[in-house]
Design a protein around this ligand. Structure first.
Ligand SMILES: NC(=O)c1ccc[n+]([C@@H]2O[C@H](COP(=O)([O-])OP(=O)(O)OC[C@H]3O[C@@H](n4cnc5c(N)ncnc54)[C@H](OP(=O)(O)O)[C@@H]3O)[C@@H](O)[C@H]2O)c1
Length: 337
């Protein structure tokens, strides 16, 4: 039992869902505090039938809090996580800031749960596009050791938070009404468009989002030899990221074997019947914690290659659900000691 939990970034796209999922999953805590910026102070939030008010994120907000789940921009997480840790509060953080810090475990509970228990105060939850890819990779890696991955993402606007969701809806309306629209979350119009840049410009022509997929994958598997070549694209879809994934394994895995491996993996749902037009799509996979896989086929260009399509709710397993699963690991380990 956690006595007291704080949701940091409680008013955001991920933070709102964390509140809902803590309720749905009956997370064991006696007291809850909702924190955000001064813009949101006083905003009412109902939790388990009781009304709470959003409080200001500040160092002293962590006095007497045991566990915080943070979903704020990177610069905010950089500042607040040490405030929490100094007050003996463990943080499960959704932001990108701490993920590659060697002292901070980066955890997907289905893959490396043991890493969470070796934390030093902060545990990171991966980038949403990484989480669904590594979940799909895991059974193939265990069976045939993945050498190389080529991934192209089709990322929903909810990945850019509340403002990203609003930009898609309001920008689409404005487009249809032939009105101008001032996009806040995107550098280019997203309505009726694709944007082949997510994040900032990084090394060798890749973006920050793409390099997260490279480094986070290696850290989660504890295997720096896995090569990943990503292309991340923002698409005009409200929720759920989709990925076209090609993996090359050391040991050949046939399509039938891959289908069985995926089907036997907890958290993965195979929907794969091209002849009947059945495959995962954002419109059918939203509001679900599972990672959906379809279009499983041999890579015609490479001997030990497999190609497939992967869709997952970026706000749920890509963010809120994964963080809560990490918190549940901590609760279980506390109960066991
Ligand atoms: N969206 C996804 O699919 C997803 C997936 C994985 C990880 N993440 C990561 O999760 C984090 C949150 O993402 P999101 O999509 O929920 O973003 P969002 O909808 O923009 O929400 C951001 C939250 O951070 C709070 N915040 C911003 N500046 C603050 C400040 N100076 N002090 C205190 N609180 C502040 C906001 O509070 P106010 O309302 O008061 O401004 C809001 O609650 C980001 O780091 C993101 O990269 C997101």
């Amino acid at each position: 039992m956690i006595e007291s939990i704080a949701i940091v970034g409680a008013t955001g796209a991920v933070g709102r869902l964390i509140r809902q999922l803590l309720e749905d999953r009956e997370f064991p805590c006696k007291k809850i505090t909702f924190l955000a910026s001064k813009r949101s102070v006083g905003t009412p939030i109902t939790f388990r039938g009781e009304e709470h008010k959003v409080q200001l994120l500040s160092p002293d907000a962590f006095n007497d809090i045991d566990l915080a789940i943070g979903s704020t921009p990177d610069d905010v997480a950089e500042e607040f996580c040490p405030w929490a840790v100094q007050r003996n509060c463990v943080v499960v953080d959704e932001s990108g800031f701490w993920r590659m810090d060697p002292k901070v475990p980066l955890v997907v509970p289905e893959i490396n749960p043991e890493a969470a228990l070796a934390h030093q105060g902060i545990i990171s939850s991966p980038n949403c596009s990484t989480t669904q890819m590594v979940l799909a990779m895991k059974p193939l890696h265990d069976a045939g050791k993945i050498r190389r991955v080529i991934v192209s993402t089709y990322q929903a606007t909810s990945g850019a938070g509340v403002q990203g969701q609003a930009d898609l809806i309001d920008g689409s309306r404005a487009f249809l009404d032939q009105q101008d629209y001032d996009y806040q979350a995107f550098a280019h119009p997203i309505a009726f468009n694709l944007i082949p840049q997510i994040g900032s410009h990084k090394e060798q022509g890749y973006t920050s989002e793409e390099m997260k997929m490279v480094y986070e994958t290696q850290k989660i598997f504890g295997d720096g030899s896995i090569k990943v070549c990503p292309t991340c694209v923002r698409v005009p879809v409200e929720n759920c990221h989709s990925e076209s994934i090609l993996v090359e394994t050391e040991k050949k895995i046939t399509v039938e074997e891959a289908r069985k491996l995926f089907a036997a993996t907890q958290g993965i749902q195979v929907i794969d019947d091209l002849s009947q037009g059945e495959y995962p799509m954002p419109s059918t996979c939203s509001d679900d914690d599972r990672t959906f896989i379809g279009r499983i086929r041999e890579d015609l260009s490479c001997e030990n290659g497999l190609a497939f399509w992967c869709v997952s709710d970026n706000l749920r397993k890509g963010a809120a659900t994964n963080a809560i699963q990490i918190a549940e690991l901590l609760v279980r380990s506390q109960a066991a000691t």
